[in-house]
Write a protein that binds this ligand. Structure first.
Ligand SMILES: C[S@@+](CC[C@H](N)C(=O)[O-])C[C@H]1O[C@@H](n2cnc3c(N)ncnc32)[C@H](O)[C@@H]1O
Length: 231
């Protein structure tokens, strides 16, 4: 690095997303305006102070790309002893999850709007995460777009120090070539152990179905989950 800020590093890298121009519904916009100051976190605020945000120091889970947020809301509700951070770039999804947090009175979930690469570089301290979940990251089907896939060696290299020893990475995708890429990328890190054995998919796991997953299943897509633990 040449002294530039971590934010600039993420700014310059290939993006794993395109922010769609889809308009927010009035309800999403209203939830965004009203609840972002309450349940949202600012990347620019720097390292996360867990005790200040959550009033305690509990195991911390980061979900990257929560989409409309229904499965993350369900997980946060189901595990009151854990604290959750969601990161998303898609404003309608952020509006949606903020409304869900408010309506279900969920106090163990906070949200960042922005690129997860920035959040990891700027807001998360080394060893702070007990779990990272990335469910159905954009598959980027075309070969010329593969460089946009989030799960690549460089990204995992940056992520690894943020995980506590024994921390877990849970990935899922409905695109088999991407599933195989994930298996190869994570399998190449000696710091990580596939909890189901080398080269194996996670045949059991705990997560609610996501919206993207359900859409894929209607089209007959398969689903591949991967669970790796930091040694
Ligand atoms: C295919 S969607 C899946 C959404 C959700 N997990 C589901 O299964 O319904 C992938 C999501 O990841 C988000 N995303 C992609 N790259 C991201 C990044 N670098 N930081 C934050 N969100 C990202 C996209 O905006 C998109 O909403």
């Amino acid at each position: 690095m040449t002294g530039q800020s971590p934010a600039l590093v993420a700014l310059r890298s290939v993006k794993s997303f395109v922010v769609r121009s889809g308009r927010m519904t009035a309800s999403q916009q209203q939830a965004y305006d009203e609840f972002m100051p309450r349940y949202g976190l600012q990347i620019e605020s720097g390292p996360l102070d867990q005790v200040r945000e959550f009033g305690r120091l509990a195991p911390l889970v980061l979900e990257i790309g929560f989409g409309m947020g229904a499965s993350l809301l369900a997980m946060a509700e189901a595990h009151p002893g854990w604290d959750y951070l969601g990161v998303e770039v898609h404003p309608p999804g952020i509006g949606n999850i903020l409304r869900g947090i408010h309506e279900a009175k969920i106090n163990n979930l906070r949200v960042y709007r922005g690129d997860a690469k920035d959040v990891l570089a700027i807001n998360i301290k080394d060893g702070q995460l007990s779990r990272v979940q990335i469910f159905f990251p954009d598959p980027w089907h075309k070969t010329r777009h593969h460089k946009r896939r989030l799960v690549q060696a460089d990204f995992i290299r940056d992520l690894l120090p943020k995980l506590a020893p024994g921390g877990v990475i849970h990935l899922a995708t409905d695109w088999e070539p991407y599933a195989r890429q994930m298996l190869a990328v994570l399998g190449a890190f000696p710091e990580l152990r596939n909890t189901f054995g080398e080269g194996q998919w996670a045949s059991e796991h705990e997560r609610p179905p996501t919206k993207f997953e359900q859409r894929g299943q209607k089209l007959g897509h398969g689903v591949w989950d991967l669970l790796f633990e930091k040694r």
